[in-house]
Design a protein around this ligand. Sequence first.
Ligand SMILES: [Fe+2]
Ligand SMILES: [Fe+2]
Length: 309
Amino acid sequence: MDERRFQQIVDGDGRIEPRDEMPDGYRKTLIRQIAQHAHSEIIGMQPEGNWITRAPSLRRKAILVAKVQDEAGHGLYLYGAAETLGADRDELLDMLHSGRQKYSTIFNYPTVSWADVAAIGWLVDGAAIMNQVPLTRCSSGPYARAMIRVCKEESFHQRQGFEAMTVLANGSPAQRRMAQDALDRWWWPSLRMFGPSDDNSPNSAQSMAWGIKRFSNDELRQRFVDATVPQAEHLGLTVPDPDLRLDAATGHHVFGEIDWTEFFEVMKGNGPCNRQRLERRVTAHEEGAWVREAAAAYASKQAAREVAA
Ligand SMILES: [Fe+2]
Ligand SMILES: [Fe+2]
């Protein structure tokens, strides 16, 4: 293939479409990244789905059902994008179920109170937006287009989380404590969502050259901290980091050391909920077999009817 032409399109900020020639490594990297992103979307339904039956009001329940359903939709667009690159959806799911492909470590933490649902919307969806907005301009056409719609929905998720957090932070002393506890639990795992620091992120340079990645993990993490700390202040909550301070010279927040040991432990499968999440996913897949079979049977009937007509 003509690698020069490929690189020209990438360097000229163009899009690589499924039928275009692309280096094998590019295709493989994209399929892996999109698949892991898709897996994160559908596994991410679990920690919040857990609260649908216990939402504190009908309004909160309706919002939460819509949000969890959005995440399923994000998974669908992304598996669809991976398929345009030649991946097989069953194979990708099999890799997830057998632990050969990963999903975001953040979803291996439990949601112990209602405030965690609010904190997830505010912090986890907030971090997802920071990561995903640059991907709307990535070099892969299908991935970039999927991200445009996903980001619109993520921004709704982030706002509903912040709004729910605002209500708790301005509520009774017990509600304020719940909100603070949730921030204490979710702050550091959210910072780790951006991935290892730049000096420990071996594939970043190649992804940047391919136009998949636009900003480094540390740059995006810094943006998230700078955007989120004032929001915590607005809520009257304390970010659980004694080293956090605003550097007047740079205008950026300096923050404490991240516990990477915990990150790699959760990555390896030793987080508080890894086993539970994967078991639930496999069960859901098995219990959904009849739905897939029915959909396939219906599609083939439709196709046969079209041929007959
Ligand atoms: Fe999502
Ligand atoms: Fe979301």
